[in-house]
Write a protein that binds this ligand. Structure first.
Ligand code: T5A
Length: 212
């Protein structure tokens, strides 16, 4: 079972995944937690190039760095885990490229869909949890957290983008969720973290018996 978690900045993905891990552990599910960018050895070298605001990366170069990270991550980490019957729980995946580089940066969405098919050899998640909330709420949370953790502007290249950029990304995610309602589970991320996870667990209930 391949699960991904998506959303705008500060949607609460890390918090959500931490709580969901506990639930999967309680049910004896063998799972792998991973993330993009940076879920494999090559990706860990690519990640700082993508997130450091002091790097001058063009939109196309940025796109191919995300795709290179994903291609290697699928080959090295995700597919082998799925083939062993493990669940994979991934923080961001191809929908992020289409939302950020497509709806956010204005690149052609259908072209990005094809490029993601190519990079992943057409591996799409079984279920995608979309943590949905207004962009200003998510950005507010992300900036407050960065402040608490002493992160500088250069460690948050995407957080530094204008509010309208993040609003387009939110709409992009929602457009994708409407296009693939059988894959997407949209969750109201303004609720308490425990309530958000409870909804996800309810959605997963039919799959717990299968364990793969
Ligand atoms: N990107 C990524 C692309 O452009 N294209 C791509 O193809 C891919 C894969 C990755 C960046 O790269 C971009 C998207 C991103 O900008 P990242 O460092 O991995 O960057 O960060 P993000 O994935 O954006 O995740 P964030 O770290 O911003 O936030 P999270 O994980 O969504 O949120 P989290 O859990 O850290 O929570 C943020 C704050 O809110 C609080 C938490 O305590 C924390 O302080 N919080 C809540 N508060 C109230 N209610 C709740 N329900 C809460 N849940 C969490």
């Amino acid at each position: 079972m391949f699960l991904t978690v998506e959303g705008i900045e500060g949607a609460g993905k890390s918090t959500f995944i931490g709580l969901l891990e506990e639930e999967l552990g309680r049910r004896g599910i063998d799972f792998l937690r991973t993330r993009e960018p940076g879920g494999c050895a090559l990706g860990r070298q690519i990640r700082p190039l993508l997130l450091d605001a002091s790097q001058n990366v063009s939109s196309r170069a940025e796109l191919f760095l995300f795709l290179a990270d994903r291609a290697q991550h699928v080959a090295d980490t995700i597919r082998p885990a799925l083939e062993r019957g493990r669940w994979v729980l991934c923080d961001r995946y191809a929908d992020s490229t289409i939302a950020y580089q497509g709806y956010g940066r204005g690149m052609d969405v259908e072209e990005l869909q094809r490029l993601n098919d190519y990079a992943t050899d057409s591996l799409w998640p079984d279920i995608t949890f979309l943590l949905d909330l207004p962009a200003e709420v998510g950005l507010g949370r992300a900036l407050a957290r960065n402040g608490r953790e002493g992160l500088t502007q250069s460690e948050g290249r995407f957080e530094a983008e204008a509010l309208a950029f993040h609003q387009r990304i939110r709409e992009g995610f929602l457009t994708r969720a409407a296009r693939w309602p059988e894959r997407f589970c949209v969750l109201d991320a303004e609720q308490l973290p425990e309530a958000v996870v409870a909804q996800a667990v309810k959605h997963l209930e039919p799959y717990f018996g299968e364990k793969h």
